[in-house]
Design a binder for this molecule. Structure first.
Ligand code: UD1
Length: 415
């Protein structure tokens, strides 16, 4: 099994370029199921999750070509609107094919995503929304089976803000009969990017980026030519890499406007941040200050950056409290950070992190995607060698992370 070996203690310097957003690319690729013709999607990151979605769609008979950060998709001939368990189980976001399939073909059979390392993560709200739009949905033998002659517009209120739930129903509503209103919708930039792609396809959507999204269904959509926005979580991870190593790095091709909460917390922790259009320069000044963090739906602090900021707080001069409000079991990195000398106590949904003067390299195990990133960050700052195993999680969401870090002067390799 592959591992990442880091010899810590090097200050990072130089430039890094950010890839396209995983969480925007996935729903946008799924949106190509909504109409026939050739779709072109640029700035698609080269990641295992994207390849998994491509496999699921090819398995339906769709043509998906992934070349040099471009996806060319033609779903004119879709043989079976079905996503099987053995492909879906590795990636929860596979459920994003559900909305488009029901909307265009009137039926879908999609495996339930199954357990997930970071909490129960149900899909009840996706199903509730489709039912409100007139679909008949049943769960049989571990599969969601949905049917509808044509979906009809509906008023849908989410009692929990859900990102992929909002995306799934926005896609379904694009071809429904009449107007759909999504209330308490997710406001994440990835939802807005998907809305922009759909609008380019001829969808009539207003309000994406606010908590009320209105979608007037149309009869037919046309293929898109869309460029995926930069990955804000990859950007955030590099921001912390700069801060935690007292480095000086320039992050290019990013979207600083999507990172307000993180930039404000990292500045509060003492790093210097300068923003210029799509560039962020981070200068780590040493002497990290403790900051309290609470994860919230966008524009709050992203849960996908919680593990990484915790690594930074492990080295702060003082105690910080990190409160996770989105997922109930998203502290699996804590036990591993402790192996490196971190002083962290979990109390309910909060981690109390007492900064220590230094972390020491150790063998650790990646437990989920963002937890893996936090261990890499800790390893970069630690004294000695850190060996991270189970790094397949990392390849789901970070394109060539060891290549990008090496180019910044880190001593990182995959063995
Ligand atoms: C998306 C992101 C993921 C991020 C998460 C929260 C993608 C592909 N993934 O995941 O990286 O960590 O948003 O920002 O975009 N919930 C329900 N019922 C549902 C749906 C969700 O109770 O039907 C709950 C979840 O258990 C969780 C909360 O809502 O507690 C938020 O989850 P959600 O926004 O749906 O996460 P994802 O869309 O799966």
């Amino acid at each position: 099994m592959k591992s990442i070996v880091i010899n810590g203690g090097r200050k990072l310097s130089g430039e890094v370029s950010i890839s396209g957003s995983k969480n925007a690319a996935l729903p946008i690729i799924a949106a190509s199921l909504l109409c026939e013709g050739e779709h072109r999607i640029a700035n698609v990151p080269s990641l295992v999750d994207v390849k998994t979605l491509a496999k699921i769609m090819r398995n339906m008979g769709v043509s998906v070509e992934l070349t040099d950060h471009e996806a060319v998709i033609d779903s004119t001939r879709l043989a079976s609107p079905e996503a099987p368990y053995d492909l879906v189980r590795t990636m929860r976001a596979s459920v994003l094919v559900l909305g488009p399939l029901v909307a265009r073909f009137g039926k879908a059979r999609v495996s339930l995503p199954g357990g997930c390392a970071i909490g129960a993560r149900p899909v009840n709200l996706h199903i509730m929304g489709l039912e409100k739009m007139g679909a008949e949905v049943s769960i049989e033998h571990g599969y969601i089976e949905a049917k509808a002659k044509r979906l009809s517009g509906a008023q849908i209120y989410f009692d929990i803000v859900t990102v992929t739930g909002t995306e799934n129903l926005m896609m379904a509503a694009a071809l429904a009969d009449g107007e759909t209103v999504l209330e308490n919708a997710a406001k994440e930039p990835e939802v807005v990017d998907l809305a922009n792609a759909l609008i380019q396809m001829g969808a009539r959507i207003e309000g994406a980026g606010t908590d009320i999204i209105r979608i007037k269904g149309v009869e037919k959509l046309r293929p898109m030519d869309h460029r995926v926005l930069p990955d804000r979580i990859e950007t955030g991870t590099f921001i912390i890499a700069g801060a935690i190593t007292s480095g000086n790095i320039v992050i290019r091709n990013c979207a600083p406007q999507h990172l307000d909460a993180l930039l404000s917390k990292v500045s509060e922790a003492g790093a210097q941040i300068a923003v210029d259009k799509d560039i962020i320069r981070v200068t780590g000044t040493g002497g990290i200050k403790p900051v309290n963090v609470k994860t919230l739906p966008h524009p709050g602090f992203p849960t996908d950056m919680q593990a990484q900021i915790m690594s930074l707080m492990c080295l702060a001069r003082g105690t910080s409290v990190i409160n996770e409000t989105i997922f109930e079991n998203r502290f699996t990195h804590v036990a591993e950070l402790r192996r490196m000398g971190a002083d962290i106590v979990i109390e309910g949904g909060s981690a109390i992190v007492k900064g220590v003067p230094k972390l020491l390299g150790a063998p650790v195990m990646a437990t989920d995607l963002r937890a893996s990133a936090s261990l890499i960050l800790a390893g970069l700052a630690a004294e000695g060698q850190t060996v991270i195993s189970r790094i397949y999680h990392l390849d789901r969401g970070y394109e060539d992370i060891e290549g990008k870090l090496s180019a910044l002067g880190a001593d990182v390799k995959r063995v």
